[in-house]
Design a protein around this ligand. Structure first.
Ligand SMILES: C[S@@+](CC[C@H](N)C(=O)[O-])C[C@H]1O[C@@H](n2cnc3c(N)ncnc32)[C@H](O)[C@@H]1O
Length: 295
């Protein structure tokens, strides 16, 4: 059993991905926005078990290929097993993206929920860009946590009783300043693309609004409930009240903010169950641009 964090999170990855996009929206992006009409060679940075490839390959012209790079051995084993049953040409490369040297031979470099986990996103974006041929594309799907949290609505309590946006904004900013890893990176990538000299930069938002409610069909209800549960939106506080509050104060919260946050998380965990009524949109930001090098 691997002790690499992401190798232990395969179930979470598998169960949470359905919350983000409707398949018709991905189809719309490929066909109407990116207009991919001839085969492309794609490289996916931080590919995990190959989620993006599974979504994109069926929509791409025949002859397209998918290369995934990740640190997780078990994630890549899972990917190899999944793709072995499919008719696509794929390659999975195990390695640390911080260190690995990759060839410049891909038409599109992509990533999904990856850049928020690196402390040096500009360096990694440059590295991604270095793998793309002239006039190829970069496409990133990354979160903007604060809009994600603003889009979680549990019917019943007023939103401020379950989600305290002001404090979350402060905590996200503080942790990004400390570690360089930024859960709000989605809204910044257009700026980074511009600084790297990409052209035709655009940014879109994921389309899906999930709706859990008592009247929905049982198997859909169970699946959606499990996805929301696994995503941790309604986890009970993991520490006792005192430690939780001290921890948040250490991270920059006022005492009152820390107490309210504790009460919010507790209430949300108590009110969240399979028969709850919830609307939730992940608000992933999809940024794309064309690689043009000034020689
Ligand atoms: C949130 S997961 C996303 C996985 C996949 N893109 C998806 O959306 O299902 C982040 C992924 O980035 C990978 N990762 C993070 N830092 C990495 C690094 N330095 N080198 C290679 N992979 C890395 C992790 O192993 C993990 O699979």
């Amino acid at each position: 059993m691997s002790d690499y964090y992401w190798d232990t999170r395969i179930e979470y990855l598998r169960n949470s991905r359905d919350l983000y996009y409707n398949d018709d929206y991905i189809n719309f992006l490929v066909k109407m926005v990116w207009k991919i009409e001839s085969p492309v060679h794609i490289i996916d940075f931080g590919c995990g078990y190959g989620y993006l490839g599974l979504k994109l390959l069926p929509l791409l012209p025949e002859g397209s290929t998918y290369t995934g790079v990740d640190l997780g051995d078990q994630l890549l084993d899972e990917a190899r097993q999944l793709y072995a049953k499919l008719p696509y040409e794929t390659e999975f490369i195990q390695g640390d993206i911080q260190e690995i040297v990759l060839e410049r031979k891909y038409d599109i470099a992509i990533c999904h929920a990856f850049l928020l986990h690196v402390p040096n996103p500009m360096t990694i974006l440059q590295k991604m860009m270095d793998t793309v041929v002239e006039t190829g594309k970069m496409i990133t799907f990354e979160p903007h946590w604060i809009s994600n949290m603003a889009n979680f609505h549990l019917h019943g309590p007023t939103q401020s009783k379950t989600v305290q946006l002001g404090l979350l904004q402060k905590l996200y900013e503080q942790s990004a300043a400390q570690s360089g890893k930024d859960g709000n990176i989605g809204m910044k990538i257009p700026v980074y693309f511009s600084q790297l000299g990409l052209q035709n930069i655009e940014c879109r938002v994921s389309d899906k609004v999930n709706f859990l409610h008592p009247n929905m069909e049982d198997s859909h209800k169970q699946k959606l409930y499990q996805s929301l549960l696994d995503s941790g939106y309604a986890d009970a506080p993991t520490q006792d009240r005192e430690s939780f509050i001290h921890n948040l104060i250490d991270r920059g919260a006022t005492e009152q903010e820390a107490i309210t946050q504790y009460e919010n998380e507790l209430l949300l965990s108590q009110e969240f169950h399979q028969e709850s009524t919830i609307t939730y949109a992940a608000n992933m930001k999809i940024t794309f641009g064309t690689v043009v090098r000034r020689l």
